[in-house]
Design a protein around this ligand. Structure first.
Ligand code: URA
Length: 253
């Protein structure tokens, strides 16, 4: 899935990608700093077909153009940063290039991770893709690596799988979730929903307390081992397709 991208005027394209105001990008264009397929384009009205390969074909001030609209990335969210555009303190958007914060359409997180949760977070400017990933109909699974304060009792897996667990203050039970036990105080939980503080509240409902929470998988897409906390990577169409695939059942212990 990608954002509908017909053709845009060059100055509008660059302004939408955050390179500056319409006036500022016109100066860049008129100064001969923009090239397409190796040729200078100094006409700010030039109609540019916004294709997925544009970043490989266009340069601005000798640098490859930023990814055109339809961008989707995976971020290894570190602890202590918030999935919000406007809260105080460090935000996930601060981990992206500064210019990307001025893009139109804007980049948003696909769902949220708590400030105290680390791991795989997707971000996109493609509203249709975002909604498809979070739609209950897509049934996209999310796996969390959970470290607990106290040893598991033994009945949690059955309770989570039953589809009857009611979280405090809610009226609809949780959809069935999978618990895979690694050690008495460490487990993997796979869920399809995305309710507020959901995994922490699931363990609170069984008398335990989550001391560390890390998301390592969305669908069949696993957080790459070489993606350091705080770093992001653009996703290919194949990566995006993995989000909608069921993960391989792998033993965790
Ligand atoms: N469940 C939580 O409790 N927190 C998260 O960040 C994600 C799932």
């Amino acid at each position: 899935m990608s954002v509908k991208t017909a053709a845009l005027r060059l100055d509008r394209l660059l302004a939408n990608l955050g390179y500056g105001s319409r006036r500022e990008v016109q100066q860049l264009i008129w100064a001969g700093l923009v090239t397409l397929d190796g040729e200078i384009v100094d006409d700010s009205d030039a109609k540019i077909a916004v294709t997925a390969d544009l970043a490989d074909r266009m340069t601005v001030d000798d640098e490859a153009l930023d990814p055109p609209p339809g961008l989707c990335l995976m971020l290894n969210k570190p602890l202590g940063v918030t999935c919000s555009h406007k809260e105080q303190g460090p935000l996930v958007y601060g981990l992206l290039p500064e210019r990307w914060r001025r893009r139109e359409p804007a980049i948003s997180t696909v769902g949220r991770l708590d400030k105290d949760t680390s791991g795989l977070l997707l971000m996109t400017d493609d509203g249709a893709l975002l909604h498809k990933i979070i739609s209950p109909r897509s049934n996209v699974t999310k796996r969390y690596d959970v470290t607990l304060d106290r040893p598991l009792r033994g009945d949690e897996g059955k309770l989570f799988a039953a589809g009857t667990l009611m979280l405090d203050g809610e009226t609809k039970p949780l959809e069935p979730a999978l618990l895979e036990v690694a050690t008495p105080t460490r487990a993997y939980v796979t869920v399809t929903e995305g309710r507020y503080h959901m995994v922490r509240r699931m363990f609170a409902a069984v008398g335990n307390h989550v001391v560390a929470l890390h998301r390592d998988r969305i669908g069949a897409l696993t957080l790459p081992d070489d993606l350091e906390p705080g770093r992001y990577r653009l996703m290919s169409a194949a990566d995006i397709a993995q989000v909608f695939q069921a993960p391989d059942p792998t033993p965790v212990a």
